[in-house]
Design a protein around this ligand. Sequence first.
Ligand code: DGL
Length: 269
Amino acid sequence: MAVGIFDSGLGGLTVLNAVQARLPEVDFVYLADSAHAPYGVRTPDDIYNLTTAAVQRLFDAGCDLVILACNTASAAALRRMQERWVPSDKRVLGVFVPMIEALTERQWGDNSPPREVAVQHVALFATPATVSSRAFQRELAFRAIGVDVEAQACGGVVDAIEDGDMILAEALVQSHVDALKRKMPDPDAAILGCTHYPLMQEAFQKALGADVKVFSQADLVAESLADYLARRPEMLGKGEAACLTTGDPAQVSSRATQFLRRQMIFTAA
Ligand code: DGL
């Protein structure tokens, strides 16, 4: 009985960690498309083709439900996949909706018309592909009115984190927050819209100031998945727990072990 978790690389391990802690009785098959990461600088067609291939691999591993932990894949590919690719007995869910429900203080499945909410000025930090998809603004518009969103494409941050260069990553976070503040001087809330950014949460909070509420997705996604599985237990699937990568398993295992500070063993996808 396993649920699939997909990410372009290691960043989705922040989500894996949270869902494993929230749902210890559930097995997860994690697939990192390390051979093709980063996705954040790719075209929408490219992201769609890579994401469908990876999700098919998770279906083949026995997963009936796959979570796209990758914001870039959720933003650039999910809607198209749901409209014309996902078989009727499978489900693919993204990471934006749980975050927007938290931001707009909505319960899952509340499909009432968009309404005014507490936050008015929201800063979105994400990869270039996520920002140019405008998927976040589209999903938000279904649920809230009068919210001003300013998006900042955070070039370089994912690469710096993947390379383990946290000093560079911190300097880049500061400069992206400065750039955002030139466009929106006083955001009420900030969305960390990339799997890697929770690792830099302190740097974002410090650069934004203590008054800005920072939303980070791992725990929100875990809560939302627990809620979904309580309603749809048949979507647990048949697979067994595994960590798969399209990259070099030895290298990915060693980076993942550093990343989560516990032993992680990846095998070839
Ligand atoms: N995992 C991606 C995301 O959440 C970031 C890494 C990438 O660019 O592939 O947006």
